[in-house]
Design a protein around this ligand. Structure first.
Ligand SMILES: [Ca+2]
Ligand SMILES: [Ca+2]
Ligand SMILES: [Ca+2]
Length: 421
């Protein structure tokens, strides 16, 4: 499968960019004898660069990683050195220090190579391509799991280059690492995880936080929705991993490497990333599903509602969409969260009302929270419940019983929130 891995970068990044490390030795045919001629032909967008090594006649070899960086023209050398420096830094931060899996060499079972002329991992600097992505070139057929070697394309002159090239490089490198373990899990985990790495390992914030607008506008959608790359939803859900890091794992990002180690499986089979999280969360007394309402609570403490006790950058995050209802008299309103989604409802009025939720279908259950709580940041209500107004309600729909990310409905429910005096 070619899982297309676009990286979102719409805002100029303010992430710190230390000077790149010096590149390794002169690559492939350079540094001795006649200079290598440039390739200047226009390459069609759909060109598979592994099939056109002749169009990338220049190369840089990394002396500290198994990366080989191909480029087309001698005057691209400075950008090639910058990109290779970032990838080497990313390798150190993500693989050596955080413990994410080392990308697989691209040897094939028949003794050949998935790309290029040796087992090194090929990176193509492709000016004018505009996009940046990682794709698979060789599977380990001897294992039953979906483990692959990869190649990478980066355009340092396109929208994901320039000031955000470092963010892009560290994001894409994580895709290489993902493929070494499991290239066929739930779609959301790939961009969610790579964007989280961009945020927490690379220190890049502005390069992705624009994507939060999309998820905060639609909290009723499942947090694990596969939007088919229609927008930035799967990138914005990096917020869920930021929540786990800050709200569950005491600021430690090591859980990410452990999650990936727990994911390998044959295509379409368990464990998926949610199963892997179940195992990691058990010592914390919760399951993956238990984190969904907790995450819903954190998402409300954003923007002007940030209280300094939730997301570290919560004041800068867009506020989650909240509907409203006036409960001066008896009233009811229909909310439509999908399973693993949350509808927020600001209830105005005075005094106390009795709250209940009707229309919960078989196979579903709801968790209703009052925000803020009477004595803490939120109260989980036992229905029917007395609620003092005004108050915001977070109505989270969850599956009741066994559930799986690959089989769960993403359709909205129709739940009636009834408020009586
Ligand atoms: Ca290779
Ligand atoms: Ca395999
Ligand atoms: Ca899996």
């Amino acid at each position: 499968m070619r899982r297309f891995t676009l990286l979102a970068v719409a805002i100029v990044s303010a992430c710190p960019a230390p000077p790149p490390e010096p590149p390794g030795d002169e690559g492939e045919g350079e540094g001795e004898g006649e200079p290598v001629p440039d390739s200047t032909e226009e390459l069609p967008f759909a060109t598979w660069p592994c099939d056109r090594l002749d169009a990338f006649p220049h190369a840089l070899t990394s002396t500290v990683t198994p990366l080989l960086l191909h480029f087309r023209r001698a005057d691209e050398r400075a950008e090639a050195e910058r990109l290779l420096g970032y990838l080497e830094e990313g390798w150190r931060l993500e693989i050596d220090e955080l413990g994410l899996a080392e990308p697989l060499p691209d040897t094939t079972d028949d003794g050949g190579y998935g790309c290029g002329e040796d087992e090194r991992l090929d990176v193509f600097l492709w000016a004018g391509h505009e996009e940046s992505f990682v794709d698979v070139v060789a599977e380990r057929a001897a294992t039953a799991t979906e483990d692959y070697a990869t190649m990478m394309v980066v355009d340092p002159y396109g929208p994901y280059g320039g000031d955000v090239l470092r963010c892009t490089a560290l994001h894409e490198l994580h895709h290489m690492s993902q493929a070494a373990l499991d290239w066929w899990d739930a779609a959301v985990v790939y961009e969610m995880s790579a964007t989280f790495v961009e945020d927490t390992v690379a220190g890049c914030h502005d390069s992705w936080e624009f994507a939060l607008e999309e998820i905060q506008e639609s909290p009723e959608l499942p947090i694990d929705l596969d939007d088919g790359y229609a927008g930035w939803f799967m990138y914005g859900q990096a917020l869920y991993l930021v929540f786990l890091q800050q709200g569950v794992f005491d600021g430690d990002s090591a859980f990410l490497a452990q999650m990936w180690q727990g994911m390998p499986s044959p295509a379409g089979e368990d464990p998926d990333y949610q199963d892997a999280l179940d195992a990691l969360l058990a010592p914390h007394g919760m399951s993956f599903l238990d984190t969904v309402p907790r995450y819903a609570r954190w998402r409300w403490y954003t923007g002007a509602r940030d209280d300094g006790a939730h997301f570290a950058r919560g004041a800068l995050y867009p506020e989650v969409e909240v509907g409203s209802v006036d409960a001066t008299g008896p009233t009811s309103i229909v909310v439509r969260p999908a399973l693993l989604g949350t509808s927020y409802l600001a209830v105005s009025g005075e005094g106390s009302v009795t709250l209940d939720v009707e229309g919960v279908p078989a196979g579903a259950r709801v968790v209703v929270q009052a925000l803020p709580g009477d004595a803490a940041d939120g109260d989980v209500l036992t229905l029917p419940a007395a609620v003092t107004l005004p108050r915001t309600l977070a109505v989270t729909a969850l599956p009741d019983g066994p559930t799986d990310v690959d089989a769960r409905s993403t359709a909205p429910l129709a739940l009636t929130v009834r408020l009586t005096r």
